[in-house]
Ligand binder design. Structure first.
Ligand SMILES: [Zn+2]
Length: 308
């Protein structure tokens, strides 16, 4: 069974505080292989990674929500450290127009490894392998910005009872999973138990002998106002959503969300973690008090780890 653990590297906004670093979330998906990735990489991310005891060399993907400095400045130092450690593995950096902006930003550097830039400005897949998919969805902020959804691919399980009844061998099960259908030699058996000499090919379809276990899902909103379309995007997900303001009357910059906005996602998301918290809110305890009455809504804090 795969495990997912994510760690808040920074839960603050544009100006960091002693309690809240610049935005960033590390996610580790441990299955057949390990997937180690960042969603945003604010200043100081590499120090936060060390505090959280996360090996920075393990990170293979960095998903930037938008190109505001507080969301990506930590990338330079992190990539430099990887280079100092003689990293050879390629690294992916996705972000709105990252294919154009990324090379511009990094042109002063010479890294020991190749960086692949992926434009994430349109809705779609930005990373995929055998086990996971990461998709982007445009959100609404002052500049082009996206949310990301990490999803484990659904696991197809064969129904043991049916497999036994059909007398499928291990090799046949493997083939069935790969080809979605196989032909099985079947000796026709009469009711009295005596076999017919004739054999026939029976077509066995994977969908008739299996069931799916839905993969776990995680959504990172980046900076955005409330968007109704996010409800669908974060359905049954663990949602990490920006919550710059805890009260509508505190709103100064209109392109961010407030607590009342984010609470609307309780209908669709499994759990909500509020991050990107304005620096005027000094007390974590006070904020936790405000959300206590809402089930499955939590206020993030730096270096908090969540397993699911
Ligand atoms: Zn921000």
């Amino acid at each position: 069974m795969a495990t997912i653990e994510f760690t808040f590297l920074g839960t603050g906004t544009a100006v960091p505080t002693l309690r809240r670093n610049h935005p960033g979330v590390h996610l580790l998906h441990q299955s057949k292989t390990a997937h180690s990735m960042l969603f945003d990489c604010g200043e100081g991310a590499q120090i936060q990674l060390q505090k959280a005891k996360i090996n920075f060399m393990s990170i293979d993907n960095i998903f930037i929500s938008h190109w505001h400095a507080d969301h990506f400045l930590g990338m330079f130092g992190l990539l430099m450290s990887m280079s100092f450690e003689k990293r050879e593995k390629e690294l992916l950096i996705a972000g709105p127009e990252a294919d154009k902006i990324g090379p511009q930003l990094l042109k002063l550097f010479n890294f020991s490894f190749k960086i692949n830039f992926v434009d994430s400005s349109k809705k779609g897949i930005v990373f995929e392998d055998e086990e996971i998919i990461v998709e982007s969805m445009p959100v609404k902020h002052t500049i082009p910005a996206v949310a990301y959804r990490f999803k484990e691919k659904d696991k197809i399980k064969l129904d043991k009872k049916i497999i036994k009844k059909l007398k499928l061998t291990g090799q046949e099960c493997k083939e069935l999973k790969e080809k979605f259908r196989i032909k099985k030699d079947k000796t026709l058996v009469r009711k009295d138990g005596a076999s017919f000499s004739k054999k026939m090919n029976e077509l066995i379809k994977l969908k008739d002998v299996s069931y799916a276990i839905e993969g776990k899902k995680f959504v990172y909103s980046g900076d955005t106002i409330y968007l109704k379309k996010m409800e669908n995007f974060c359905k049954d997900c663990i949602l990490v959503h920006e919550c710059t303001y805890f009260d509508r009357k505190d709103i100064k910059h209109k392109q961010h969300s407030c607590l009342q906005d984010v609470l609307k996602f309780r209908k669709s998301a499994e759990k909500i973690y509020l991050t990107h918290i304005g620096r005027k809110y000094l007390s974590q305890t006070e904020l936790e008090k405000k959300v206590r009455k809402y089930k499955n809504v939590f206020v993030a804090k730096d270096l908090k780890k969540v397993k699911f």
